[in-house]
Design a protein around this ligand. Structure first.
Ligand code: DGL
Length: 271
């Protein structure tokens, strides 16, 4: 048993969709969340910058004495070198492995769609892991760079005409290709899940990367003997790199019914 908190980070607030799921499966665990709200988005940046930012985010969480780190960000998970992750003093997981597994388990016609940021799609991370598990799979990947700004600016109310138009623009080719499984390869996208589902049709299975990663992380913590043994009362502390002024409102949107926990601004560039 380990009483230390679980560390979760993302380029912004999208990773809170993973925290929401983590709280469902592990309600007794304490969580420290860092959202790099001052430097979001990562997904349109080059590899070196993303790796540098990820290193700083991880150093900050390690300083908070976390026992396990979850990169709740498709972009970081696709870019941060696995060899480096393996050398960290605590176990680390991104979102790609668990999400790929869930997609492989879900597909019936072996046509899988992947949507994510430009960096995630460029990296080919999901496609490589899925092909290892299912070599005969057909993969259709599409970067959706406007989804993150739409979500961060609150354009996710059901039926929003602007968002609807952009969803059709990005996803028509995946729909035409006949994918039966679509990976939401960015932790911001669950907020668009209803609208994406409406566009793709009820037969297409949507895989929420934050959700399946939270479930996989809970299982890993259990296997490693790292759970704290509590079944309720877990706390959350939030850290951001930009002003935390409207954090409460946004966090509520991402976290759903769970509200609470302190929020503090930190200077991430000093880590
Ligand atoms: N949450 C990030 C991801 O999952 C997207 C936001 C960004 O571009 O930084 O890829």
């Amino acid at each position: 048993m380990d009483p230390r908190p679980i560390g979760v980070f993302d380029s912004g607030l999208g990773g809170l969709t993973a925290v929401r799921q983590l709280r469902r499966v592990l309600p007794g665990e304490d969580i420290v969340y860092f959202g790099d709200t001052g430097r979001v988005p990562y997904g349109s940046r080059g590899r070196d910058i993303i790796v540098q930012y990820a290193r700083q985010d991880i150093r900050f969480l390690l300083q908070q004495d976390v026992k396990f780190i979850i990169a709740a960000c498709g972009t970081v998970s696709s870019t941060y070198p696995p060899e480096e992750a393996a050398k960290l003093p605590v176990p680390f997981t991104g979102v790609v492995g668990a999400t790929a597994r869930a997609a492989v388990d879900a597909t019936r016609n072996k046509k899988v769609g992947i949507i994510g940021t430009a960096a995630t799609v460029r990296s080919g991370s999901y496609a490589a892991v899925i092909r290892d598990m299912m070599p005969e799979v057909e993969i259709f990947a599409r970067a959706c760079p406007m989804f993150v700004p739409l979500v961060e600016n609150g354009y996710f109310n059901d039926g929003n005409p602007v968002t609807k138009l952009i969803i059709a623009e990005y996803l028509q080719e995946l729909k035409d290709a006949g994918v039966d499984t679509l990976i939401l390869g960015c932790t911001h996208y669950p907020l668009l899940k209803k609208m994406i589902g409406d566009f793709m049709g009820g037969d297409v299975h949507l895989v929420d990367s934050g959700k399946v990663t939270a479930q996989a992380a809970a299982a890993a913590l259990d296997d490693l003997g790292l759970l704290n043994g509590k079944t309720s009362g877990g706390t959350a502390k939030y850290f951001v790199s930009d002003t935390p002024d409207n954090f409460d409102e946004l966090a509520h949107t991402f976290l759903g019914e769970y509200a609470g926990g302190t929020v503090e601004r930190i200077a991430i560039e000093t880590y």
